[in-house]
Design a protein around this ligand. Sequence first.
Ligand code: GLC
Length: 756
Amino acid sequence: MKTLQLTIITLFFLSTTLFVNGQVKTSMIEKRVDSVLALMTLEEKVGQMNQYNGFWNVTGPAPEGGAAQKKYNDLRKGLVGSMINVRGVDQVRAVQKIVVEESRLGIPLIIGFDAIHGYKTTSPIPLGEAASWDMEAIELSARVTALESAASGINWTFAPMVDISRDARWGRVMEGGGEDPYLGSEIAKARVRGFQGDDLSSVNTIAACAKHFAGYGFSESGKDYNTVDVGTSTLYNAILPPFEAAQKAGVRTFMNSFNDLNGIPATGNSFLLRDILKNTWKYEGVVVSDWGSIGEMIAHGFANDLKHAAEYAALAGCDIDMESSAYVAHLVSLVKEKKVPLALIDDSVKRILTLKFELGLFDDPYRYCDPEREKAVINSEENHQAVLDVAKKSIVLLKNDGNLLPLAKSGQKIALIGPLAADKNSPLGNWRLAADDNTAISVLEGMKEYPKNKLDYAKGVELIVGKTEFISEVNINTSDKSGFEQAINAAKKADKVILVMGEHGYQTGEGRSRAKLDLPGLQQELMQAIYSVNPNIVLVLMNGRPLTIEWAAENIPAIVETWHLGSQSGHAIAQVLYGDYNPSGKLPMCFPRSVGQVPIYYNHKSTGRPTIPAPNLVFWSHYGDEKNSPLYPFGHGLSYTSFLYEDLSISNDYKATAEIKVSVKIKNAGKVKGKEVVQLYLRDKFASVARPVRELKGFKLIELNPGEQKTVEFILGDRELGFYNNHGEWVVETGGFEIYVGGSSAATLQNQFELK
Ligand code: GLC
């Protein structure tokens, strides 16, 4: 009966829209949502705001006892609106069937999952993709993730994570777009487009989720889940822009963060969720809490019990409770006690139902459950080619003294050494819940594609001892050097050494903060032992965060940053090492010289004492034992060719056009074709709020043949020239500006203009 009821409503509204004064007064979906809402009891409305983790085999017999039985019964009562971690068309069909056929109204579930950088076919970690500065590649990568997720029954991913962070100690920098809000905003838009496409009801697209709103990347001391205390300028000019960009790109869900923001947990922070997101930005999508974050307001010392936490979260604008059961336990009574207005519940439920209609779930709850599609789409050759393409583009050549790279393709004796050289798991990164273990192409496998060189592999040292899993600490090997001798002997006999070192996939990600940023375990010791017998080393870094590698930077002739590069890691790395792909990546986060410099970032303020007043005087902003500059700056990345920048010119017709035009000439001065990310940085020299010494305000990815020259133009409008003042108002102020253009944030080609 209930499904028939819903079907009648759906059919009725399929054919009608309401016109008033020649305008479409309300969308069909809005009318259909209102009609379903009118049928719902308060309990059923609250049920839509409840999300459970699916941790039992839902295709099996009904669970007996414990949490699983409670969840199963709530599903049957219509007290669950969405599930997380139910995946595979069989599982999804089974759990959907319970709700659609057994609950009173049969309102279908949304199925969410952390398809952060791939589903089965895995892309580079987002920080790696960010290094490509290639928005088309990033969008394509997200589209592949959406294709495979949707084919597996999922219709909502908890990505893109758009948290800006300047602190490599924080394990989750791997999941974001780096330290810069402009680049982070462009990436946020590209990923939302890739996941959502232009039709959310298509079985090739999924709803995206801008997370974690907000400020999570500024967790104090880089410790996960820690306090966030930031001022207005940092909040508005560094933290919020990528979220606003995602909202403008049409992202259909937001996830609030775990942290408190200036003392108020984001989950119960109405300034964030209502004042900014829903009222100022006019966001009409859904806000989901992070896992258990409603209940965590008790531990924050903000709510005194779960009911109080539920009240705070509902009043603040959190629409869905992920896995704390606060809403399903307490919201009905809070409404009856008039502590939470029914209108707020209705608003949340309308947002949730709207998303379900947009996903097409009311028209066909099983639309994402086609086993034939699942078989055809998952791990397809096309998907692997796509992630190989973005993997190559994500690799950053940090150093190449003596042009050790690219490697000759024949006649070479190469020693391939290092704990990550044959690793088929770590390249899949931390967020690889759906990927199959040991499925990444290793560097060893990639290098074997070039058989005309003699390849001698020696692991050298174990990075980790014991088993590893997503939820557990990893145990670093700090004593077993039994592999050193074999590796040293291999190095002695080689023309060149490829040394693959870095971090295990589970040394990065959520809950994986580090107080030290050096190469973990015995890697540094092995590297120096190898160096002592053969200095012709290419260091291949495989890691999820910037590392402090100053010794390597001073001694190792070539260093390649390859992040955790996904399923096609080994092929991408080998093709770059052999020059079949000329590296084009640029750092989305600077590399510190030492962890004491952290947080370190290029778009810092000048301070009142930016330079040394006189030789040997101490009274200026500096360290007595370390430089101020990073080891490798934001935007840095070399190529197998070189690029010359000249003729940086400005045409300032701002009064008439509200635009500043900038043009620059770039020439490929080398012997091979190459890509360059031309970066434009702006400095607002004097403003009502002190502005950074430079800020990225534009970039263009271009490709030049040997000897070719191009002119690149940038338009600076109010979006580029303005900033948020300390009242949260967007302002463009008159005064002097400087422009820097080049291949990194250390660009020296400079010009200036005046806004009158
Ligand atoms: C985790 C993460 C969040 C993720 C969610 C669901 O704790 O913070 O990013 O999407 O829970 O797994």
